[in-house]
Design a protein around this ligand. Structure first.
Ligand code: ASP
Length: 278
């Protein structure tokens, strides 16, 4: 059975589930990579998610986005890219049309322009308000600790990702605007292979939550390496338990299983398709 799993970020409101189910149905194609990319593009284009349009602003007011795609044996990522509509498409092009795996900063922007992606401002009023709130709270000395459980709800959250198993092939994609409470140049887990994303011959994993902690745990690779040793959902739960109270979530697919697990509210959609129904 084929499967496509989407997440809308640990800490996000779960009323997005319906729209995500629709995205999953519309994104489902006969190719795993195309399906995860299309699902992420839908969420990047919806300003309710923290990716593409609607991405968080850094404390200095800039928007720097990270995105990555992965299939067994290949990877592409953009880090701190600015002024593009769909970072995940640029990450795919890094994988397919450059000799590199990762492009960052102005080099990523230049590459995007060369590939034909026009200048686009992803800023929204909501993102501006969120960032203004961060600055105001900092001035008032009220900012919650970076690792405080409330932090994700307020300033992180809403990152998007997708994993798929289609025709026995796996793929993963992720995209994020990061968090408002960070310095320009900060990089989270999303574009870091093995941390926010991993995909191999046995499955695919994408993570969401406090990026710094996810990197420390190499969460996606930790889950991937255990595939086949226990039920997939149990593996994900056990790895998430290691984070204690730190907000984190994952979506994963293996050869026979698929799941979405988080220690916070995390909207997700799981689409299972029998080959004959396609
Ligand atoms: N993990 C992402 C980051 O730290 C944020 C998120 O998942 O909401 O950049």
């Amino acid at each position: 059975m084929d499967a496509l799993v989407l997440h809308g970020g640990a800490g996000h409101k779960s009323e997005l589930r319906d729209v995500m189910q629709k995205y999953a149905e519309e994104a489902f194609k006969n190719d795993a990579l195309e399906s995860v990319i299309q699902a992420v593009v839908f969420m990047e284009d919806n300003p309710l998610f923290n990716a593409g349009t609607g991405s968080n602003m850094r404390m200095d007011g800039s928007i720097q986005m990270d995105a990555a795609v992965m299939v067994p044996g290949d990877f592409g990522a953009v880090i701190n890219i600015e002024n593009v509509k769909n970072p995940v498409l640029v990450a795919r092009d890094v994988m397919h049309h450059s000799p590199h795996l990762i492009l960052a900063g102005d080099g990523a922007v230049k590459f995007a322009r060369k590939m034909g992606y026009p200048e686009y401002n992803p800023a929204t009023e909501k993102a501006r308000e969120r960032r203004d709130k961060v600055i105001q709270e900092l001035r008032n000395g009220k900012i919650p600790s970076y690792y405080h459980p409330d932090f994700l709800m307020e300033f992180l959250g809403d990152t998007v990702g997708a994993v798929a198993r289609i025709d026995e092939k796996f793929a993963a994609a992720v995209s994020t605007g990061g968090t408002s409470l960070t310095l320009r140049g900060r990089v989270g887990d999303s574009p870091i292979i093995g941390a926010g994303i991993y995909c191999g011959e046995n499955g695919a994993v994408v993570a969401t939550g406090i990026g710094e902690e996810i990197i420390r745990h190499m969460l996606s690779l930790a889950i991937y390496n255990r595939i086949g040793t226990a039920p997939l959902e149990e593996i994900c739960r056990e790895e998430i338990e290691k984070f204690g109270d730190v907000p984190v979530g994952v979506i994963a697919v293996s050869i026979e299983e698929e799941c979405a697990v988080s220690n916070r509210n995390m909207p997700y959609a799981i689409l299972r398709m029998e080959e004959r129904n396609r």
